[in-house]
Design a protein around this ligand. Sequence first.
Ligand code: GSH
Length: 203
Amino acid sequence: MSFVLYDYLASGNGYKCRLVMKALGMPYELKEMDIVAGETRTAKYLAINPNGKIPVLMVPGRGPIAESHAIISYLAEGSGLIPSDPYERALMWQWMCFEQYQLEPAIGTVRFWLTSLKKSPADFGEHYQERFQRGTDALAVLEHELTGRRWLVGDRVTLADIALFAYTHVAGEAGYRLVDYPAISAWIANLRTLPWYAPITEA
Ligand SMILES: N[C@@H](CCC(=O)N[C@@H](CS)C(=O)NCC(=O)O)C(=O)O
């Protein structure tokens, strides 16, 4: 029995899980949920994740795990995607916390409004401006960190790169101009050269 991933293909949070399983050669079954149609809010789904969100990883013989960073840290346990050095591991978590608090709620939300809900910035008024600015601030921090570096932590790709790549590489869909961020653009290009790289649109 392989893992089952409850997911929505356009989701960067789900994409992190798909990329980690691809990187580690772990087979999985994808169960696509239409989050716009409310499929994660049914009683059946809420029994799996009371928070009503994807991604959820169903672990055979154990049960569900929600929250993308909990899922990827479970999947990557003991692999080279998690630094064995405690300091580097803490830096990995530093960037993954940054992603959840500052980057994903801004870039991920704006992208969701525009591409999944098919709304315009005017539909959200000041909320749009505030979210968009938070995303601009997050990209500035990332650009600063990546200047002169190939990966976010140490000298190899870690969960931090995968976690931050997920929404950053599609920031253009949320209206950001990635060409204005040369270090981020180079990092995105580097990640795309990895043998297990697959686009966000791939199941
Ligand atoms: N912090 C969570 C966020 C999960 C999340 O926001 N999921 C969104 C899609 S990316 C969702 O399921 N939305 C549907 C809903 O809220 O009904 C994670 O990293 O997994």
